[in-house]
Design a protein around this ligand. Structure first.
Ligand SMILES: [Zn+2]
Length: 471
């Protein structure tokens, strides 16, 4: 028996890393997401997902991996010759590092008899999203929680979840051990801001272990980031360094800038952030309090806050069929929210615009037309649509300008949410694996090891782990 390794996707794309580690009849699959690319996505919000063939369509559209023994017979219905989970002799488990769609968008399709492991906070937030219709498309399966530093054994394969962020859903890296050796996946690697100490702890731990195979997030090695730091994209010019590159910001610097921008505002402040980052919601609530503003959230966002922190925030109800007036027509979650939260009305905001910090999501952006725009600001804080790569982003800017709100964004220049290349290089040099697989990047080949070999795996090909080498 030998350990087999297959990288199904994510070798040269941002996100969508999915790998299998197989030993005998045991199999661990880590991550179940897809590349986030709205421009290439066949679902434009106008076509309806098919009800019987939705799993097959997802595989066709590369929104879910074509892997044997992963889906229900009922959903495959003979599709593509894939073996259904019911007929597979593999003992499979799926592991998810964190609640970003490029890591977990397909978890709802996995056959219910296969456990899908995530941290309990990730499960809680996913459930809150599913309640309001914002979760993953799902056959309504269950999820199993793991705990940091407590290994889970899938037959002869051991998975150790190593925590890399304690915010919101929490982020993890996985150290996978088989009788033949070790394979480590960093998940999203961040070496700046408040997550940095945990990442350096992970690095020291791995260094002491001597790792065979390291799969490392190398998102930051794209032109756009490298050219903000130096005038070269030559990978040999990237010098390993523990420090944040000169001129680049960490999340704390960025937060300071956002807070300063808020401080200067006299009118209404509207914010658009990524709702599953529920710790950000709490941070913005704290800022609002300091600035003598009332923080107000849309019902969907308030539901996540309520589920996570057990607190009832102020809510603003957009004019939308999602929130019917008639209690008889209200979905259970919304009814519960209405019974515990205080509603802030448009008229109240109009009377005292400077007294509020109002969360707004893209789907309800037309609410800006009925809000006091004069002297008011719309702060895009990394909410959806995230950036220029999404065709909806230009539309967002167009609408904000139309309504007369001042538009400000903070996530474009001198900041990146993943590790900066010199820091990633430092991490890899310190861990010093025998085999380095840079991935989760358009420019994976630019992350070079100092001693070991760099492997850019052929997606779908089976490699065998022998004496610390992948053959
Ligand atoms: Zn990612």
């Amino acid at each position: 028996m030998r350990t087999k390794f297959i990288m199904h996707s994510g070798a040269r794309t941002i996100g969508g890393v999915i790998c299998s580690v197989i030993y005998g009849h045991d199999r661990v699959i880590f991550e179940m997401g897809s590349v986030y690319d709205p421009e290439a996505d066949i679902h434009d919000g106008r076509i309806m997902p098919r009800s019987r063939a939705w799993v097959q369509d997802a595989i066709r559209a590369k929104k879910a991996p074509a892997i044997d023994g992963l889906y229900r017979r009922h959903d495959l219905d003979g599709f593509n010759g894939l073996i259904p989970a019911e007929e597979s002799d593999l003992n499979t488990a799926v592991f998810i590092t964190h609640l970003h769609l490029d890591h977990m968008s397909a978890i709802g399709m996995v056959a219910p008899q296969i456990p899908v492991y995530m941290h309990k906070n990730a499960i809680l937030i996913e459930r809150a999203l599913e309640a309001t219709g914002d979760g993953v498309q799902t056959l309504e399966r269950t999820y199993t929680s793991f705990t940091e530093n407590v290994p889970i054994h899938i037959g002869a394969i051991k998975v150790l979840p190593i925590i890399t962020s304690r915010r919101s859903y929490c982020d993890f890296a996985f150290l996978i051990t088989t009788p033949d050796g070790t394979i480590h996946w960093t998940g999203d690697l961040v070496l700046h801001g408040e997550d940095a100490p945990l990442t350096f702890e992970q690095m020291e731990f791995l260094k002491a272990q001597s790792i065979d195979v390291l799969l490392c997030d190398s998102t930051g090695f794209m032109d756009q980031i490298l050219l903000q730091m130096t005038d070269s994209t030559d990978p040999k010019a990237i010098k390993a360094s523990r420090d944040i590159p000169k001129g680049m910001l960490d999340r704390n610097d960025l937060d300071l800038r956002i807070f300063k921008a808020l401080e200067q505002q006299k009118g209404l402040c509207v914010i658009n952030f990524y709702q599953r980052e529920v710790d950000d919601a709490r941070k913005y609530m704290g800022w609002a309090q300091k600035l003598a503003r009332d923080p107000v959230f849309e019902p969907d966002c308030a539901w996540i806050i309520y589920q996570f922190f057990k607190m009832a925030p102020y809510i603003f109800i957009p004019d939308s069929p999602r929130y019917p007036n008639d209690p008889g027509k209200q979905p259970a979650w919304f009814k519960e929210l209405m019974s515990i939260c205080t509603v802030v009305k448009r008229e109240q905001i109009a009377e005292n615009p400077g007294g509020y910090l109002l969360q707004n999501s893209y789907r309800h952006i037309l609410e800006l037309f009925d809000l006091p725009a004069s002297g008011s600001v719309y702060l895009h804080l990394d909410g959806m649509p995230h950036g220029e790569f999404d065709p909806a982003y230009q539309n967002l800017i167009k609408i904000v300008r139309n309504t007369g709100f001042d538009y400000q964004t903070f996530f474009r220049r001198n900041y990146f949410g993943h590790g900066y290349p010199p820091q990633v290089k430092y991490f890899v040099d310190q861990v010093d694996p025998k085999v380095l697989i840079p991935c989760h990047s358009f420019n994976s080949e630019r992350l070079l090891p100092n001693h070991g070999v760099q492997l850019l795996p052929v997606e779908g090909k089976t490699y065998v782990l022998v004496n610390g080498a992948l053959l």
